[in-house]
Write a protein that binds this ligand. Structure first.
Ligand code: BTN
Length: 241
């Protein structure tokens, strides 16, 4: 297995995750679908993903028996790519967002088809402007740092960093991946409201569990682990992001 040893490249596609679903039957571990733009980029929770020229839109097909770790793996690999190679420190917002100066610059959409995992990564690299409705919450690496990075170099760095973390996962060294996640996250100590599939929960973030669940301390002192949901961080009495 090597990330990107089989690569499908498109200048334009509807969605790299949707293309991955079409080829998954014959795909090998580490197959990558990469596009310059998407006409129907998908975000989490049925949202759309703004996908103009300048961003990185990539899906990677993985075969692992630890699917719950994939969002953690992807967040860590994106952070390591920008920190190790470009000295840019991104923050991980649970479950799937990467922030720079409090704005979202990358997102992760993980989908499962039978035993295969499609790890979709959207990175706002060199995007120079966003539609008005996204401007408060979204940004790009370029807008936040004024550095225009070479896209294919970043893609290659990503392949290398994903491969390193994926090897840790396949060897069962999840503790090391979680340590890296703890290093990059901005969640600890924050008060959050999480809309889960079974209801809303609110508390203070104290850790990440071995299965990728966020560990919350609730006002009444109870500890609760949340596996999935839409998370808002409460700031100075108002909700943000
Ligand atoms: C999110 O934060 O809501 C997740 C965004 C994921 C976007 C990426 S871009 C490449 C891949 N193909 C898609 O249609 N979506 C993911």
């Amino acid at each position: 297995m090597s990330i990107g040893s089989k690569l499908y490249y498109f200048d334009e596609i509807d969605s790299t995750n949707e293309f991955a679903k079409k080829i998954i039957g014959e795909a090998k571990d580490g197959t990558v679908i990469l596009a310059d733009t998407q006409t129907a980029g998908k975000g989490r929770l049925e949202r759309t993903w703004y996908s103009p020229e300048g961003g990185i839109y990539m899906s990677i097909i993985l075969f692992t028996d630890k699917p719950l770790m994939i969002p953690i793996l992807a967040s860590v690999a994106i952070c390591e790519t920008f920190y190790n190679n470009y000295d840019i420190l991104l923050g991980i917002k649970w479950p799937n967002d990467l922030l720079l100066n409090d704005k979202k610059v990358a997102g992760i959409l993980v989908e499962m088809v039978d035993l295969a995992i499609i790890m979709g990564l959207g990175i706002n690299l060199n995007i120079a402007e966003f539609p008005e409705e996204l401007q408060n919450t979204a940004s790009s690496i370029f807008l936040e740092t004024r550095k225009k990075l070479d896209k294919m170099m970043v893609v290659n760095d990503l392949f290398r960093e994903i491969e390193k973390v994926y090897q840790l996962l396949q060897k069962g060294e999840t503790g090391e991946i979680l340590q890296k996640w703890r290093h990059y996250t901005i969640m600890f100590g924050k008060k959050v409201i999480i809309e889960t599939p079974t209801g809303t929960i609110s508390g203070k973030v104290i850790d990440i569990a071995g299965n990728g669940a966020l560990v919350l301390s609730l006002p009444e002192g109870r500890i609760e682990k949340v596996l999935a949901g839409d998370c808002r961080i409460i700031k100075e009495n108002k909700a943000s992001l």
